[in-house]
Structure formats: structure tokens, C-alpha cells
Design a protein around this ligand. Structure first.
Ligand code: KG4
Ligand code: ZN
Length: 281
């Protein structure tokens, strides 16, 4: 982590003594990685006598949108990453209400598992995205949890893809990977976009923001842009640039800025919380 901090300081041209506060992800995530960050941030905060601010990882993803422009409230965030698939209603800054979540796999996780059964390396999401561009929707796949709730489910769809691949192999036939990528992605993007539009209408939000690693998906970005313009022309849509969609430290800094303004200061007893819920202290 020292190497990363040194490079970040060099690239930004900032000196550690100019830093006002040290932000760190307190959860959720793998406990080992969380501890590395926490120890580093606590050490810096102690050495430079500056406040320590713990941030929720998903609050970071959502606030990556502030790197692009303003956020207006009430706001709806579609959070799509390797570990999360959530619709989050935000009545005001830093207030989070999870109105829908996945019953099983997160969307990024489903992408990565489908990619693995297709023999693609990890993370498979970006590769499926690329392959889908030249593919056609030729495989029929079930639309998951096609209901009126704001919840998601991706394990059935994932299993359908895995079965399709195995059955095709057993018949001695070949899968056309580009077409499978496109068929799978069409179903995933459709359900994400439909439920987001439905929630935005139900909660009468002024803005929709996209967040998380899967926000880098080109088809999701395009389809959400098109559907919001068509169905909710008065609602603003913000999509973070690619560089701040997948995990990064800048977004944790932005969320910490709002925590700092709210008066949040953490002590040396700040601990990693691997399953921290959004909005939990
Ligand atoms: O937010 P993130 O960087 O890490 C977590 O907090 O989970 O998200 C990583 C996930 C991986 O599952 C990866 O496959 C997916 O984001 N991902 C994509 C794309 N880029 C990254 N999924 C679909 N299309 C992409 N272009
Ligand atoms: Zn993430």
C-alpha cells in the first residue's frame, strides 16, 4: 500500500502534510483488504494529526458521480458491482434507503461466472461486454424476476447459461460465444433498466445515478440513457466516466468529504466491517 500511496501523491502533486483528513473504506469487503487500508489510514492520521473518516464502499461508488457533476435529490442510484445489485433511494445527501436488492448473485458476479463457463479469464464482465458488441441475440434465456418489485435475481439466468453451454457441448455442437454474450447481456440489461425506470417513477426522483463496476458496461450505459430520455425526460441521468466506475480511491475521498461536512470523525477503534450495511453507522 505504501507504493500505491507514494504513486498517488506523485501523480496528484500533493504533499501528505497538505491533506485535511484521511478517508478509508470501513466495509463491506474482504476483511484482509479492509484491514490493510484501515491500518494505513490510521497510521497516516496519527502521524499527521488529521481526522480519520471511515466510508461505506457503496457510498463511494454512488458518490463517484460527484466527480462528474451535481447530484440532486431525491435521487435514485442503481448500484451494480461484483458484490452488489441494489436500487438505493436517496431523499437527501448521504441518506440511503435500499429499496431493492438481489436474492442471490450480484450482477457482476453472474457476469464473471458466465464468462468462466465460456472459458474466459477473470474478470469476465468487460470481455462479455466487448464480445456482445459483435454478437446477435440468438439464444433464448429466461428473464429473471420479471415482476413489480425492485428486487433482482441472477442465479437462475446464470444456471440457464451454464446448462445451455453443457447441453450444446454434449450434443457435439459449438456455442457461438459472441451470440451467447449478447443474448445474456440483453436479458441482464433489460431487467436492470426496467426496474430502475419503474423505481424512479414510483419514488418520483429528480435524478438517477449509475454506480459500481458494472456501470462500465457499454450496453447498460446506452440503454439506460435511451430509456430515461424516452420515459423520464425531466429526470437527470448521471453516469460516471469509465475510470471511476470500478473500484478506486477517488470515490472514497468524495464520500468522505460529505461525511467530513456532516461532522463524522472516527477514532482509533474504527474496525473493518466485512458485511456493513449501507446507512449503518
Ligand atoms: O465495483 P467493482 O470494481 O468491484 C466490486 O466492488 O465488486 O466491480 C467489479 C465487477 C466485476 O464483476 C466485473 O466483471 C464487472 O464489475 N465489470 C463489468 C464491466 N467492467 C467491470 N461488467 C460488465 N461490463 C463491463 N464493461
Ligand atoms: Zn466496488
Amino acid at each position: 500500500i505504501s507504493v500505491v500511496i507514494e504513486e498517488a501523491l506523485q501523480k496528484s502533486g500533493i504533499d501528505l502534510k497538505d491533506v485535511d483528513a484521511f478517508a478509508v473504506t470501513k466495509g463491506p469487503g474482504l476483511v484482509g483488504s479492509l484491514h490493510v487500508g484501515l491500518q494505513a489510514a490510521k497510521t497516516l492520521s496519527l502521524a499527521y494529526r488529521k481526522p480519520l473518516i471511515g466510508v461505506h464502499h457503496i457510498a463511494g461508488h454512488i458518490y463517484a458521480n460527484r466527480l462528474v457533476g451535481e447530484m440532486v435529490y431525491p435521487c435514485l442510484a442503481l448500484v451494480v458491482s461484483g458484490g452488489h445489485t441494489e436500487l438505493v433511494y436517496m431523499p437527501s445527501p448521504m441518506k440511503f434507503e435500499v429499496i431493492g436488492t438481489t436474492y442471490d448473485d450480484a450482477v457482476g458476479e453472474a457476469n464473471d461466472k458466465v464468462a468462466r463457463v465460456m472459458g474466459l479469464p477473470y474478470p469476465g464482465g468487460p470481455i462479455i461486454d466487448r464480445m456482445a458488441k459483435t454478437g446477435e441475440h440468438t439464444y433464448s434465456l429466461p428473464k429473471p424476476l420479471n415482476d413489480d418489485t425492485f428486487n433482482f435475481s441472477f442465479s437462475g439466468l446464470k444456471s440457464a447459461v451454464i446448462n445451455l453451454v453443457h447441453n450444446t457441448k454434449q450434443r457435439g455442437e459449438e456455442i457461438i460465444p459472441e451470440n451467447l454474450a449478447r443474448s445474456f447481456q440483453d436479458v441482464v440489461v433489460d431487467v436492470l433498466v426496467e426496474k430502475t425506470i419503474h423505481a424512479a417513477k414510483a419514488y418520483q426522483v429528480k435524478q438517477i445515478v449509475l454506480a459500481g463496476g458494472v456501470a462500465a458496461n457499454s450496453q447498460l450505459r446506452a440503454e439506460l440513457t435511451e430509456m430515461v430520455a424516452q420515459q423520464l425526460p425531466k429526470v437527470a441521468l448521471t453516469i460516471p466516466p469509465l475510470w471511476c466506475c470500478t473500484d478506486n480511491a477517488a470515490m472514497i475521498g468524495v464520500a468522505a468529504y460529505y461525511e467530513y461536512q456532516k461532522g463524522t470523525r472516527h477514532g482509533w477503534d474504527l474496525n473493518a466491517v466485512p458485511n456493513l450495511k449501507l446507512g449503518e453507522r
